[in-house]
Ligand binder design. Structure first.
Ligand SMILES: [Zn+2]
Length: 195
């Protein structure tokens, strides 16, 4: 069973169950748990919430063959480059005053901030198809699979170049189409659920 929006079960719904249903419910495992793809892509989207970029918030989550998360990253300024002092603008006449020279993309940050020695043979989940610069980093780091949510920049030269490099180096990439449209995190849920 897949979640449809919030998976919160209200007490009134629970009360409508017959006692035998209730017993079955307790003795069998929960069905609404996240599958792995939703979990890792959801993690990439949660990490993106850390971004200070007013226009584009992108997150990445790197997973090893044991389905363990070894890195996350989001787009942001380099360490020591203040989010308040460096520009977030996109279109400026002076390129030094736009974000492009400075901002580190999610994929780069994830690879560089990994908590394992290597990301060789790992999979990276990203909200947006990687640009050509991140494609280079992904390839050189040994990541072998890219799972992305959006390909909205497919027409851009950067994306075309990225795909050309992935194809040449044998990095698999595919678009994840989730069965759920929303993943709601409700901090109050823990107080409502029974142990
Ligand atoms: Zn990039």
């Amino acid at each position: 069973m897949k979640m449809n929006g919030s998976n919160t079960v209200t007490s009134s719904e629970e009360n409508q169950n017959s006692s035998s249903d209730h017993q079955n419910h307790e003795s069998s495992k929960r069905e609404e748990y996240l599958d792995w793809h939703d979990f890792f892509m959801g993690t990439a989207f949660l990490v993106a919430k850390r971004s200070k970029d007013p226009v584009s918030q992108v997150g990445a989550c790197i997973v090893n063959s044991e389905k363990k998360i070894v890195a996350t990253g989001y787009n942001g300024m380099p360490i020591g480059c203040s989010d308040d002092d460096f520009p977030w603008d996109k279109n400026t006449s002076d390129p030094l005053e736009s974000k492009y020279f400075y901002v580190c993309h999610a994929e780069m940050n994830a690879v560089l901030n990994k908590n394992s020695a290597s990301v060789t043979n790992c999979t990276i989940y990203v909200g947006l198809f990687p640009c050509n610069e991140c494609a280079k980093i992904i390839i050189q780091s040994g990541i072998r699979e890219v799972i992305y949510m959006s390909d909205k920049h497919a027409h851009k030269k950067e994306t075309i170049a990225a795909k050309r490099m992935f194809d040449a180096s044998g990095v698999k990439y595919w678009q994840y189409i989730p069965e759920i449209q929303k993943l709601v995190i409700d901090f109050n849920e823990i107080n409502l659920s029974e142990q």
